[in-house]
Design a protein around this ligand. Structure first.
Ligand SMILES: Cc1cc2nc3c(=O)[nH]c(=O)nc-3n(C[C@H](O)[C@H](O)[C@H](O)COP(=O)(O)OP(=O)(O)OC[C@H]3O[C@@H](n4cnc5c(N)ncnc54)[C@H](O)[C@@H]3O)c2cc1C
Length: 377
């Protein structure tokens, strides 16, 4: 079994994260779920506390820590289903595109302000007409002198309402297929950019998810991340990390669900004894415990691979589809053991259940993950 190199610094970070969540997130989360969005303030406070961009180098304002801090923050936020703030997209996805493909000026311009929470990041790949098939995006970035003029529409964008900076996946050459895709930074105050509705969802209620519109938005070509036409290749390089993050969230939620369910079934009595004492409950809990343990071993293996720079695309796809499908089954079993209380939103297992469904969809669906693995065989 893989042992990840957790240190006392990591445990100090866990304490800091836990305190922050108890003080700055937990008391407000129910209201954010009603509002469909978190406060702007929580971003700045998270920045002040050092919880954003934790594994981005300190020279760019980040925490200079390793990937395990990301794992810790994910676990701590999901221990109570406090997943409203879209920190993962911001810190672990958007910032990493800028770190890996941005030039020095772009890194200096954006990463310190993202680390402080003054700038919120989003990434816009999906369009109304295409999600799985990213080569077919229709948003165009047409070169005009030293500018690009961007036109198109995106949907389902996490942090879409709050974002100040959006990485837009656009075609710079409509005829070139995957080789015509580029990544372009768009500041939300550019004329022609507008946000659509904050979309109503069945889960992830406190996290904003939006349509975005680009009507002849003019940006300088210096806003392009990396080379023109290399966007698709960059996506392929970054998506394994994103898929690992989704698998990581799946395991964190499964482990938390098991804890809540153990506590609940020991506490609640029916027919004169705790639910946990029925053989069926013990067997279900034994199955869940086994599955969660197997999941954790595989996840830690994948984290170790990522940290060693060896997480390949098919293994990340396995991590994503298998852990999220298992998450769906585990939270369903755990909810059943809660009876009617499991259906009440005030119980975290209810939120775990509704939030779990999207895990099999975003970041690449289960079917697309199986396509990727199948092609690699
Ligand atoms: C809450 C939420 C947050 C999101 N956040 C973001 C974000 O921040 N940024 C962003 O860009 N996107 C985001 N997305 C979009 C998400 O990544 C897409 O919804 C997802 O990739 C699927 O694309 P689609 O919805 O267009 O489905 P489609 O591509 O239309 O797929 C529909 C169905 O067809 C299946 N299918 C498609 N192709 C194949 C195939 N080749 N073989 C077999 N089956 C296939 C799919 O598996 C799926 O079951 C988010 C989505 C949600 C729901």
């Amino acid at each position: 079994m893989q042992t990840l190199p957790y240190t006392t610094e990591h445990e100090q970070f866990r304490t800091t994260a836990r305190r922050f969540i108890d003080k700055e997130i937990a008391p407000y989360h129910a209201q954010w779920e009603k509002d469909g969005i978190v406060s702007r303030e929580v971003w700045r406070k998270a920045g002040e506390t050092g919880l954003l961009l934790t594994d981005i180098p300190a020279e760019y304002g980040g925490g200079g820590a390793d990937f395990l801090t990301t794992a810790i923050l994910t676990e701590e936020m999901l221990r109570g289903m406090h997943n409203g703030p879209g920190f993962r997209v911001h810190s672990d996805i958007v910032a990493h595109y800028i770190l890996h493909y941005g030039n020095e000026a772009q890194k200096q311009a954006w990463l310190p302000r993202m680390a402080s929470g003054d700038v919120v990041g989003a990434i816009a790949m999906t369009e109304p007409g295409t999600g799985s098939d990213l080569q077919s995006v229709r948003t165009m970035a047409v070169r005009d002198g030293d500018d690009y003029v961007i036109s198109g529409q995106k949907t389902f964008i996490t942090n879409g309402q709050l974002a100040d900076l959006i990485i837009v996946i656009a075609k710079t050459d409509a005829a070139a297929g995957a080789k015509g895709v580029s990544l372009i930074l768009v500041e939300a105050d550019r004329p022609g950019f507008s946000r659509g509705r904050n979309l109503e969802k069945i889960g992830l209620k406190a996290q904003d998810t939006s349509e975005l519109f680009f009507d002849q938005v003019r940006v300088p070509i210096t806003n392009r991340l990396g080379d023109e036409g290399r966007g698709f290749a960059y996506l392929m390089q970054e998506l394994p990390r994103e898929r690992l993050l989704i698998g990581m969230a799946a395991v964190a939620v499964m482990e938390a669900s098991l804890e809540w369910t153990l506590a609940y079934t020991r506490d609640r009595k029916v027919f004169g004894k705790p639910i946990a004492d029925f053989q069926n409950s013990r067997f279900k809990l034994a199955e869940v415990k086994t599955e969660v343990k197997v999941a954790r071993v595989f996840l830690d293996h994948c984290i170790g691979l990522l940290m060693a720079g060896k997480l390949d695309v098919p293994t990340a796809a396995m991590c994503k589809w298998w852990l999220t499908e298992l998450q769906g089954r585990v939270v369903d079993t755990c909810l059943q053991l809660h009876g009617g209380y499991g259906y009440m939103s005030e119980y975290p297992i209810a939120r775990a259940y509704t939030d779990a469904r999207v895990q099999r969809i975003y970041g690449g669906t289960t079917e697309i993950m199986k396509e990727i693995i199948g092609r690699s065989l």
